[in-house]
Design a protein around this ligand. Structure first.
Ligand SMILES: [Zn+2]
Length: 73
């Protein structure tokens, strides 16, 4: 058993279109590529070079990045 530090699974996403913020729970085994803002209903996609919406717009990067410094890309 290796002692892997627990990843933070709660991230606050900030919509780049309307500025709406919402806390979401991140999946540990997959990257979330699309996210629909609950206020303006626009579909968010990762910025260039980012693997998921949490890395681009979240307060916390996704679990694979936290633990490995890299993602599933
Ligand atoms: Zn929005």
């Amino acid at each position: 058993m290796t002692a892997t530090p627990a990843a933070v699974l709660q991230s606050t996403l900030t919509c780049p279109h309307c500025g709406f913020r919402k806390q979401e729970t991140m999946p540990t085994d997959a990257c979330q590529y699309f996210y629909e803002c609950t206020r303006c209903k626009r579909m968010l996609r990762p910025r260039m070079g980012n693997c998921c919406v949490f890395c681009s717009y979240g307060s916390v990067k996704c679990p694979p990045v936290q633990q490995q410094g890299d993602c599933c890309a």
